[in-house]
Write a protein that binds this ligand. Structure first.
Ligand SMILES: [Zn+2]
Length: 94
């Protein structure tokens, strides 16, 4: 059986299978949602959960996690929420 590696959510510290979490990479000043989880660089994982997304896109929180100033958070928040909603809809159908 194939074992999916586990990752820890940066917000709530809960462990989940990597492919059930959302991955975000921050190559420059702008965070990027890494949908396929293959982008190079250090990734941050978070639960597909509104609470964790809100925590992650909180400016103080994300600056502390990344140890630098990140600004374009509203775009990331929209992206993550859209993704979560999309996967919820898929699950209901499937
Ligand atoms: Zn979480």
């Amino acid at each position: 059986m194939l074992r999916v590696p586990e990752r820890t959510c940066v917000c709530c510290r809960k462990k989940s299978a990597k492919d059930r979490l959302l991955r975000v990479v921050v190559p420059e000043d702008a965070p990027i949602f890494d949908k396929v989880q293959r982008m190079p660089g250090r990734g941050f994982y978070l639960c597909p959960d509104d609470k964790c997304i809100e925590k992650f896109v909180d400016e103080k929180k994300i600056n502390k996690i990344l140890k630098r100033k990140i600004t374009v958070l509203s775009a990331l928040r929209e992206l993550l929420k859209t993704e979560v909603e999309a996967s919820c809809t898929q699950n209901k159908k499937g």
